[in-house]
Design a protein around this ligand. Structure first.
Ligand SMILES: C[S@@+](CC[C@H](N)C(=O)[O-])C[C@H]1O[C@@H](n2cnc3c(N)ncnc32)[C@H](O)[C@@H]1O
Length: 272
């Protein structure tokens, strides 16, 4: 006969408390703010529901501020056109960058990782622009499209839906990859596309026959050695809004179109 094991009930309670503590710790969210400008930024911050005076902070260049907590926060900072304020959601990454006029702006979607280069904030390409980018890359079903910094995966998903092309979307932000997988499934192309959480500066992109980019000029410049080293001759590299410095002679097509957002968008198509 098996002996009945004796468990001290106090041990059970202690284990439960440790587990609860661990679960709480694991669930702890944090807002991260990265400073990708070239100056120290001053800002003020307070809990959305608080009536306290916002606390003053400053953040040095390329430093990441971490704000643990479960509550949304309101952030204030100064620009030449007045005080800006935004609500920051728990668990989300943000970054201070300059906008297209060179003024300070806070963007969503920087990744808050110390070990990776932040190439661009999350801003998606309007569908009409995606369509034109794919057209300029002369995509067909034999292509393998790599979108470097894929956001919600829309470029590789449209390439798969419209042309039957295979695709790989790479982004640092796990939220974006989650969305991408969801949208790919919704569009019924999950067998043609895959999404990876990676720093694209370290990715193997050698299998690409088309590369799409919506980064920034300096990020395209940073990616250039990897494009030159890994891509086969003849591969199309199509960039939304930003040129690839040093690739002037590889430019094969250029277009300006209106997106659904009403804005003008430039597209630059290069051939490696
Ligand atoms: C401007 S969005 C473009 C999204 C998508 N390609 C589109 O055109 O709709 C840039 C994306 O690059 C991602 N990103 C920034 N730095 C990255 C890095 N080092 N590696 C991978 N993704 C990065 C951001 O998370 C963001 O989703």
């Amino acid at each position: 006969m098996l002996k009945r094991a004796f468990i001290d009930p106090r041990l059970g309670i202690a284990a439960l408390l440790i587990l609860c503590g661990f679960a709480l710790f694991a669930q702890q969210k944090e807002i991260t703010i990265r400073n990708i400008t070239d100056e120290t930024v001053q800002y003020r911050i307070t809990a959305v529901r608080s009536t306290d005076e916002p606390k003053k902070h400053s953040i040095k260049v390329d430093v990441i501020a971490r704000l643990p907590g479960e509550e949304p926060l309101t952030i204030y900072f100064e620009r030449p056109d007045g005080t800006q304020s935004y609500v920051l959601e728990p668990g989300m990454p943000y970054s201070f960058r300059y906008d297209e006029n060179g003024d300070l702006e806070l963007y969503e979607g920087s990744h808050g990782r110390e070990d990776a280069i932040d190439l661009a904030p999350y801003v998606s390409t309007p569908p009409a622009v995606v369509e034109k980018m794919l057209e300029m890359a002369r995509i067909d079903k034999n292509d393998v499209v790599y979108d470097l910094g894929c956001g919600d995966g829309r470029i590789v998903i449209m390439a798969a839906v419209k042309y039957g092309a295979r695709g790989v979307g790479i982004d640092l932000d796990p939220e974006r990859i989650k969305e991408s997988n969801l949208y790919a499934k919704g569009a019924g192309v999950e067998n043609l596309v895959q999404f990876r959480i990676e720093d694209v500066t370290k990715s193997d992109i050698s299998q690409a026959t088309v590369v799409t980019l919506y980064l920034l000029t300096e990020s395209n410049e940073l990616m250039r050695p990897s494009l030159e080293k890994q891509l086969k001759a003849g591969v199309y590299v199509v960039s939304h809004n930003y040129r690839i410095p040093g690739w002037e002679l590889k430019l094969v097509d250029e277009a300006e179109i209106k997106g659904e957002d009403g804005g003008n968008h430039n597209i630059y198509a290069y051939r490696r």
